[in-house]
Design a protein around this ligand. Structure first.
Ligand code: K1U
Ligand code: ZN
Length: 177
């Protein structure tokens, strides 16, 4: 297993839709293992393959995470996930993103979802979720479409965040020269 670099805004790769996974083989399972190592180390509760620069429809999740030692970890892998149903009821949750470090904001989304996907062995599965799992599933599926949680905020807030990260990336490039 290896920890991979997480790309952050304004990297344009985060804005491209990811392509379906065509084959679940040992190469893909190695990528999945690397994504778990990267996600737990961050630490994060979810990760989309595009965040480690691989534009494939693949996500890892563990909303229990490594931080809460009192609870058993619950790692989930979703290959080619699809939102099958969303509730009319909505809920607000304070979201963060490993590709937008140290920025958190309240986002309103459907409170409950049903998602279809393939597991690590290629078997078709469905999960119905509420609470933080529903939030995280929607956040990660957004990544696969090139959407970020800041797209759910006002244009003013989004522009401020993008400007701040664009300036920081420019300064880092200049320092490296
Ligand atoms: O996709 C990502 O960028 C990961 C992101 C997922 C997420 C967080 C919150 C709401 C929706 C989706 C993160 O994991 S950010 C880090 C985080 O929230 C966290 C880290 C450690 C313990 C608990 C939470
Ligand atoms: Zn994210």
């Amino acid at each position: 297993m290896a920890k991979r670099e997480i790309i952050s805004i304004p990297d344009k790769r985060l804005r491209m839709p990811s392509a379906p996974v065509e084959r679940i083989d040992d190469d893909l399972r190695r990528l999945i293992d690397d994504m778990f190592e990267t996600m737990y180390a961050a630490p994060g509760i979810g990760l989309a393959a595009v965040q480690v620069g691989v534009p494939r429809r693949l996500i890892t999740l563990d909303v229990v995470g490594r931080e809460d030692e009192a609870r058993e970890p619950r790692p989930m892998v979703l290959v080619n996930p699809e939102l099958l149903w969303t509730s009319d009821e909505r809920a607000t949750y304070e979201e963060g993103c490993l590709s937008i470090p140290d920025y958190y904001a309240e986002v309103e989304r459907p409170a409950r979802v049903r998602v279809g996907y393939l597991d690590r062995e290629g078997r078709r599965q469905e999960v119905e979720a509420n609470g933080v799992l529903a939030v995280c599933l929607q956040h990660e599926i957004d990544h696969l479409e090139g959407r970020l949680f800041i797209d759910h905020l006002s244009k003013l807030k989004r522009d401020m965040v993008v400007k701040k990260f664009t300036k920081a990336a420019k300064q880092a490039r200049e320092k490296a020269m």
